[in-house]
Design a binder for this molecule. Structure first.
Ligand code: HEM
Length: 243
C-alpha cells in the first residue's frame, strides 16, 4: 500500500494472472459471441457448406483458447493471490450473509463502502458468470466433435457416425456420403441437448455480460473504487479503507 495524497491510497488487488485471464476471456467471449451469432444465422446469410465449416472451425479454435484460459483460472483459484482465491470469489463461507446484508443496507442508504476484492454482490455475479462460461465451454467441446470432428472428442464421433461400413478416417463434416445414415442420426439425437444448451446459454451470456458492464459502472460510480482501471493496473485507488 502506498500513500498517493493525504486522502487516497492504493491497494493491490488483482494479480497479473487474474488480469490476463480477464482480458483474454473478454476478447475470446466477444469473438465467440460474434462468430456464434453468424453461425446461428448462417442459413439466412446464405453461407455455403465450406463457409459453415470454416466458421465453426474458427469458432472452435478460439473456443480452445477460451477453454484453456478458463481452466487455468479455475486452478488459479486454488493457488493465486488472496483476492483471486475461490474463498474470496464464491458466495459462501463464514460471514458472507452478514457482509451481503451490510452491503444491501449500504446501497439502500446510499452510503456504499468500497471493497478491496469482490463485494458480496460481485461474488454472486461472478460465480453465476463462471458457471455459464463453464457450461458453454463444456458443451462447445462436445459440439466441436459432433459438428466438425475436432478434438477432444472428434475421433470418437467420427468412429460413431462411420458405423460398421464406413471408414472413420474418411468422415467429413457436411458430407453425408462419408457416414452411415443410421449411426449419424443416432449421433445427432445424442447431440441435441448439447446444441440446445449451447444456444440457450448464449442468450444468458449476452444478458449477463450486459448486466456485468452495468454493475461495474454503477459500482464504480457508487464506491469510487477505480474498479475498471484496477483490472488493468491491479490496484484500486480508494479514499476510504476498504471493507
Ligand atoms: C462464450 C463462449 C461461447 C459462445 C457465446 C458461443 C456461442 C455459440 C453460438 C450462438 C452458436 C450457434 C448455435 C446454433 O447454431 O444453434 C455456437 C455454435 C457452436 N459452438 Fe460455440 N460458443 C462459445 C464457446 C464455444 C466453445 C468453447 C466451443 C468449443 C471449443 C464452441 C463450439 C461450437 C461449435 C462446434 C458450434 C457449432 C454448432 C452448430 O452446428 O451450430 N463454442 N456457439
Amino acid at each position: 500500500m502506498s500513500r498517493q495524497s493525504t486522502s487516497l491510497s492504493e491497494y493491490p488487488v488483482w494479480d497479473r494472472t487474474t488480469r490476463w485471464f480477464h482480458w483474454i476471456n473478454f476478447l475470446c467471449v466477444i469473438v465467440l459471441l460474434f462468430l456464434g451469432t453468424v453461425i446461428l444465422n448462417a442459413g439466412d446469410l446464405g453461407a455455403s457448406n465450406d463457409g459453415k465449416i470454416l466458421l465453426k472451425s474458427t469458432h472452435v479454435v478460439v473456443g480452445y483458447v477460451f477453454t484453456i484460459n478458463l481452466l487455468w483460472r479455475l486452478v488459479w483459484g486454488f493457488i493465486g493471490g488472496p483476492y483471486s482465491r475461490w474463498k474470496a470469489v464464491l458466495p459462501v463461507g463464514r460471514g458472507f450473509i452478514a457482509a451481503l446484508s451490510s452491503q444491501l443496507r449500504d446501497i439502500r442508504s446510499g452510503n456504499s463502502e468500497p471493497h478491496a476484492g469482490h463485494s458480496p454482490l460481485g461474488r454472486i455475479a461472478v460465480t453465476v458468470i463462471f458457471f455459464f462460461l463453464l457450461v458453454q465451454g463444456a458443451t462447445g467441446l462436445v459440439l466441436a466433435g459432433t459438428d466438425v470432428y475436432m478434438p477432444p472428442f472428434g475421433n470418437h464421433f467420427a468412429e460413431w457416425v462411420a458405423g460398421p461400413d464406413m471408414d472413420p478416417q474418411a468422415v467429413r463434416p457436411y458430407a453425408p456420403e462419408t457416414v452411415n445414415e443410421q449411426s449419424y442420426d443416432e449421433m445427432r439425437a445424442f447431440r441435441k441437448p448439447f446444441i440446445s444448451t449451447h444456444a440457450t446459454n448464449y442468450y444468458f451470456l449476452l444478458a449477463l455480460i450486459l448486466f456485468h458492464i452495468i454493475a461495474v459502472i454503477s459500482a464504480e460510480m457508487r464506491e469510487g473504487g477505480s474498479i475498471i482501471s484496477a483490472m488493468f493496473t491491479g490496484k484500486k485507488t480508494l479514499a476510504k479503507k476498504p471493507e
